[in-house]
Design a binder for this molecule. Structure first.
Ligand code: PLP
Length: 386
């Protein structure tokens, strides 16, 4: 069976050029980047080269890049690194759990957290951030692009508001890096998280941008790696992979959205014409890679399973907890009913996808939605048609 992978927001395949760049660092050039001998110098040079590439992608200085084990660690380091008991933090209700659960833990430690609502398009209003500011506000953390809908927040405006309030601004740019231009000065952020495996580098590596002058408390205690901001021997192959992926993404960005936007737009235009269907976040700016779409009258989970049986890998926005499928917190925050949120799936594209795959996926989704609806008593009674 031909398999088509449209779940690149979950993870992406490592690009061949990235794998090639990493390969020598598993065995030939294996030194510890902290060693002073030849082997260490060789890997140190590779790590610093990768740091320069990541800095180039983000528009910052190499010394402001801290390598981590991924997006979750980068978000946690940003949040726990600057905020603690007695502080006030502002975030949004649509953040990834790497931010939301970190904020929940901060609350348990005696920190006050404001969770801002979003509008029907999934957008945070910068004026709401302004209104939520308090003298004790230490940190504002709002994501750049949402992982379920691809909606892009007005982070540059939010950055200006945070600066007015003398608060640090962190943005989780895990789903934006490599897809839209990112510049830390244009955003006005002090902290910005990225993850390798969302941009065709391997899993288990990421980076946090830390603006010079930011007082950041380390989370790990150990050696003085990463200028004492993240202890632990560097994951050299992973870091080299992230550097190469950042370089390739930068080159692609220099040539516009190109292929990716054309593929997503074709997918979206075809699927939204299916009866009683809607694109989540349709009226908001979005990354050119993600399509979140609801099909009234069906369960997104059932659709994902049925499509997988036909070789198409997509996902739902829903998390499965204690055996029950909870509707996505992102979609319900945008005002979707729990049923409509549960009827949503996410299709997300990567550099490896082609227009031919898009055409096959359109046919598969259309026929599977029709078949599942035929099986749905509620749909047959036309109870859920709008
Ligand atoms: N933030 C966002 C928006 C994400 O989509 C993800 C991963 O899905 C993460 C953070 C966590 O990144 P990682 O898987 O590298 O820990």
């Amino acid at each position: 069976m031909r398999r088509i992978y449209f779940d690149n927001s979950a993870t992406t395949p490592v690009l061949p050029e990235v794998l090639e760049a990493m390969r020598p660092y598993f065995s030939e050039s294996f030194g510890n980047a902290s060693s002073i001998h030849h082997h260490g110098q060789e890997t140190r040079a590779a790590v610093e080269g990768a740091r320069a590439s990541v800095a180039n992608l983000l528009g910052c200085r190499p010394s402001e890049v801290v390598f981590t084990s991924g997006g979750t660690e980068a978000d946690n380091l940003a949040i726990f690194g600057v905020a603690g008991a007695g502080d006030h933090v502002i975030t949004s209700s649509v953040e990834h759990h790497a931010v939301l659960n970190a904020c929940k833990h901060l609350e348990e430690q005696g920190c006050d957290v404001t969770y801002l609502r979003v509008d029907g398009r999934g957008l945070v209003n910068p004026d709401d951030v302004r209104r939520a500011l308090q003298p004790a506000t230490k940190l504002v953390t709002v994501m750049t692009a949402n992982n379920e809908t691809g909606v892009l927040q007005p982070v540059d405006e939010i950055g200006r508001v945070a600066a007015e309030g003398d608060a640090y601004f962190h943005t989780d740019a895990v789903q934006a890096a490599g897809k839209v231009p990112l510049n830390v000065d244009a955003i006005g952020c002090d902290l910005l998280a990225i993850s390798g495996h969302k941009l065709h580098a391997p899993q288990g590596v990421g980076a946090l941008y830390v603006r010079k002058g930011t007082t950041l408390e380390a989370m790990l205690y150990g050696g003085r790696h990463e200028r004492s901001r993240r202890a632990g021997t560097e994951n050299v192959p992973g870091i080299v992979g992230l550097g190469k992926a950042a370089e390739l993404a930068g080159n692609r960005r220099a040539h516009g959205d190109g292929n990716m936007a054309a593929l997503r737009d074709r997918l979206e235009q075809a699927l939204r014409h299916i009866e009683s269907t809607g694109v989540n976040g349709a009226d908001a700016p979005r990354v050119p890679q993600t399509l979140s779409i609801h099909f009234d009258g069906i369960e997104g989970e059932a659709l994902v399973i049925a499509l997988d049986l036909k070789g198409l890998a997509v996902s739902t926005g829903a998390a499965c907890s204690s055996g029950a499928i909870e509707p996505s917190h992102v979609l319900t925050s945008m005002g979707l009913t729990p049923d409509r949120a549960r009827s949503s799936i996410r299709l997300s594209l990567g550099e490896q996808n082609t227009m031919e795959e898009v055409e096959i996926a359109i046919a598969l989704v259309a026929e599977t939605v029709a078949r599942l609806r035929e099986l749905s008593p509620a749909w047959r009674k036309a109870e859920v048609r709008v």
